[in-house]
Design a protein around this ligand. Structure first.
Ligand SMILES: [Zn+2]
Length: 133
């Protein structure tokens, strides 16, 4: 232990304050399994730069690069959000098909039920058609 700070704490790389590990979001590659920046600094940074076109461009390029390098990981992650009908996935559908950008939680729940109903129906259909074949 060469660090001078307390156990279960970490110094934020941005605000240089010593904070509890719970003040940092989880990141498996980071030291102690958390990010270098505390949650507060991370969200401050995000809101400060989210409308910056330069930053948007860079973020887009970085994600394109990542997709190129790890097509399998991206594919599996996408499949996972699709399979468990994650909020992010449903929000994406609502945005694409209905143009709703900030759907209320109730709408997300309804859409989730609708999608799972559709899936169940499709499964039943598939089963009966393969039984006939
Ligand atoms: Zn901080």
């Amino acid at each position: 232990m060469t660090e001078g700070w307390r156990v279960g704490h970490k110094v934020c790389s941005s605000c240089r304050k010593e904070k509890e590990l719970s003040e940092f979001s989880k990141y498996h590659k980071g030291k102690y399994g958390v990010h270098n920046q505390c949650k507060q600094c991370k969200s401050a940074c995000y809101f400060k730069t989210k409308d910056d076109p330069d930053k948007k461009e860079r973020r887009y390029l970085a994600s394109a690069k990542y997709k190129n390098r790890h097509p399998y990981t991206v594919k599996m992650r996408l499949r996972k959000t699709r399979e468990c009908l994650a909020d992010s996935y449903i929000r994406q559908i609502l945005k694409q098909s209905n143009g709703i950008i900030h759907p209320p939680q109730e709408l997300i729940e309804i859409k989730r039920q609708q999608i799972s109903l559709k899936r169940t129906l499709r499964e039943v259909k598939d089963e009966s058609s393969s039984a006939n074949a």
